[in-house]
Write a protein that binds this ligand. Structure first.
Ligand code: ATP
Ligand code: MG
Length: 389
């Protein structure tokens, strides 16, 4: 798929932008703090209905209009897809003084109002940023988010399970605290164990399956990016309180049953601690480079290659699951690669219908400039086309 039209109104530092985009590679050049990342954030938000970095919806609304009676940012795109063309509109309402306007997101798909969760993944996208190194060397949360954002674009059941799991977890944790304080009895946990195991098992099954699918892609691209020098290994580490070393179960009911057993096993510990200690909210996956943990032993360049390989694998996974190409977004990641690695990445991304690249340093990526079919310059929230050098 590819985006052929994009409009932003009062989003971040953009008052009003209307863009026409082409297939192939579009390059956005701009100095620091001009709006390059904001542009890719807008596209990624249209895909996932979540910001890649904002703490709250109000952050996304242009500051100058935030004090107005109805502060709203509007994003709109038109997309050519093999599953039929798409018009996607998202309105983000910042904090409001008028109680008849609710803050939050409104979404329309082809003109019809939809719940945000029903619009996730209508536009499929992969976002590469310099922070991706955190997937390899950072906290487990970043690896869980990597999987969640990827899987929920293609699997509605997974997204629903995640939403349900978050609610059940909260209720179960508050029950654990009441049991700890003697205000509730432990038998009340039986119901919540079932609920938690059900949605949690769906999530664990989804993660195990997705990892199995991305592993061959991630390994292959790590080898390519390092000239067959480095081996990448990924291993799912579900949080099952000691039951994780059993042979990998194959189907969803088995994951649900195993999580339920884990909950029963750790019940006393959970009551003591007043919180849920097993389940997908504590999951992780191990990343190893040449058989050693990537966070503690990997060099910076190795970690960066591993992170790139994971994002490329994500793009391949989405392509496979959708039977259509996701839009590939690269936020200033090419300038930190040497020419050979950059060429490697570009050759892979050339096989995708649309790649949108930003850079603050066009001189360091002249090879990208020459490949680009569309070239734009970003200055203080305005975007214009340029030709030639
Ligand atoms: P860099 O090369 O440093 O990564 P960039 O071009 O990617 O720069 P952006 O991250 O897109 O820059 O941010 C551009 C500007 O947008 C920043 O100066 C920031 O203060 C501004 N900005 C962010 N949110 C808002 C908002 N809600 N309203 C107005 N301006 C905003
Ligand atoms: Mg930026």
């Amino acid at each position: 798929m590819y985006i052929y039209r994009l409009s932003l109104r009062n989003f971040r530092n953009y008052a009003s932008v209307d863009l026409e985009l082409d297939r192939g590679l579009s390059l956005f050049v701009g100095e620091n703090a001009q709006g390059k990342s904001n542009l890719l954030e807008a596209i990624y938000l249209l895909s996932t209905l979540r910001s890649s970095r904002a703490a709250s919806d109000a952050d996304l609304v242009r500051r100058d209009v935030l004090e107005s009676p109805f502060p709203v940012a509007r994003l709109e795109c038109e997309v050519e897809r093999s599953a039929g063309n798409l018009r996607l509109e998202v309105a983000i309402v910042g904090r409001t003084v008028d109680p008849s306007h609710r803050a939050g997101k409104r979404v329309r798909v082809n003109g019809i109002p939809r719940k945000a969760s029903d619009a996730v993944g209508q536009l499929a996208a992969v976002l590469f940023t310099t922070l991706d190194i955190g997937i390899v060397a950072g906290a487990p949360l970043l690896r869980r988010r990597y999987l969640d954002m990827m899987i929920s674009q293609v699997d509605r059941g997974y997204l629903r399970a995640m939403q349900r799991y978050a609610r059940v977890l909260q209720q179960r944790n508050s029950l654990l605290k009441r049991i700890q304080g003697g205000q509730a009895s432990a038998t009340e946990l039986n119901f919540w164990d079932q609920e938690l195991a059900h949605s949690g098992g769906i999530i664990m099954f989804g993660r195990a399956q997705a990892l199995a699918q991305i592993i061959p892609h991630a390994k292959l691209h790590m080898e390519r990016l390092s000239d067959d020098q480095e081996r990448l290994d990924l291993t799912y580490r579900p949080a099952l309180g000691g039951l994780e070393d059993v042979d990998c179960p194959l189907d969803e009911p088995e994951w649900i049953a195993r999580l339920l057993r884990a909950l029963q096993r750790v019940r006393q510990r959970e009551i003591q601690q007043g919180t849920t200690v097993v389940g997908p909210h504590r999951d992780d996956f191990a990343v190893e480079i040449d058989g050693m943990p990537a966070d503690a032993f990997g060099s910076r360049a190795q970690q960066r290659s591993a992170a790139l390989s994971l994002r490329i694998a994500e793009a391949m996974y989405l392509r496979q699951a959708l039977g259509d190409d996701p839009v590939v977004l690269l936020d200033d990641v090419l300038s930190e690669l040497d020419a050979r690695r950059r060429r490697g990445v570009l050759e892979i991304l050339d096989t995708f219908q649309q790649t949108i690249v930003t850079t603050a340093d066009p001189d360091r990526v002249r090879d990208v400039l020459t490949r680009a079919s569309g070239r734009f310059v970003v200055i203080a929230g305005t975007i214009s086309r340029f030709e030639g050098e």
